[in-house]
Write a protein that binds this ligand. Sequence first.
Ligand SMILES: C[S@@+](CC[C@H](N)C(=O)[O-])C[C@H]1O[C@@H](n2cnc3c(N)ncnc32)[C@H](O)[C@@H]1O
Length: 322
Amino acid sequence: MGVERHVVSPGEDFHRTYSAAQIDAIADAIEERGEFPYELTYLGDGSELWRAGEAQSGMETLPERHAGALLALAPPSSPVRIVDLGPGTTRPVRGLIRHFLDASRLAGYRGIDISAEILDLAGEALRADFPEQRFELCQGDFTGPGLARVLPAEPDAARLVVLAGGTAYNVPDPDRLLRRVRAVMNDHDVLLLTLRIDTGVDRPPFMDKISVGGPYKPQQLMGLDLLGIDRSWYVTETGFDPVRSEVFVRVRFAEPVAVAFGARTVSFEPGDRVLVWRYLYQDGAAVRDQLTRCGFRVRLFEHGDDRQMILAAATPSQEDQT
Ligand SMILES: C[S@@+](CC[C@H](N)C(=O)[O-])C[C@H]1O[C@@H](n2cnc3c(N)ncnc32)[C@H](O)[C@@H]1O
């Protein structure tokens, strides 16, 4: 006799955290591509989990360290607006804002984040460091119409478009995101990425062999927790997909489960998998190639002290990338 199916319906926390459209997007992503959309784990209590996991240190960030070189990529004496896609707590950019203000070159700061709670954290941190300044924080999805909204045509300022902390590499199709960002940038704008690359040293063991049971971070399982899926009904698998150059955390069901989203039910059989986190993990040369094929010319490429964190700055290239 088989194991009886667990039937759950997401509770109050889930409905408080997500809109009806987001709930549909979650059910679609699980059914169509076997994935819980990771960006939605930053909403609600996920923001606190993320803040708790973020490195807390007063250390100089890479953008701050290279603020002078970044400013030099904008047209001379032009004011620069920082447009931060997924600001988190704004930790990577506050030193940069300070530098641009001191140089009298800051036209403004605008951040867009999918999570209202993350935006509260961002606002708090910005007010604490810059009590005199008024900055813009908008809630929205930068993979959708939110991108054009935060990057309208702006003839009087150059924009420094920031995707910090590997944010560009958690999405299923980073090339598509980079091309869309390129399409709304002006010729004198600058793209800034910070991310972790594969240097070939200190490679975690799960890159050779999938690790069952870890490592993973609590927020990577938060979406499934909110759905009411008990952690004892699946095992986690952390690994590396060499075809996609992606590190992933996914769950593999050990028991049959059905999740009832109102009228819609999504079922999992033993052996079914759901991806809960992905990260494009590639070497420096691949990062450069990617920027080039997505319509950029790499202007700065700097390593952090541990060699794995890098800062890449790029300007739109003139060649047609179609
Ligand atoms: C990995 S954190 C990085 C935060 C910050 N840039 C840093 O480096 O510390 C990703 C951030 O992007 C936001 N985010 C992820 N996907 C998003 C999307 N599609 N639209 C808007 N914000 C998104 C998350 O809510 C979170 O604040």
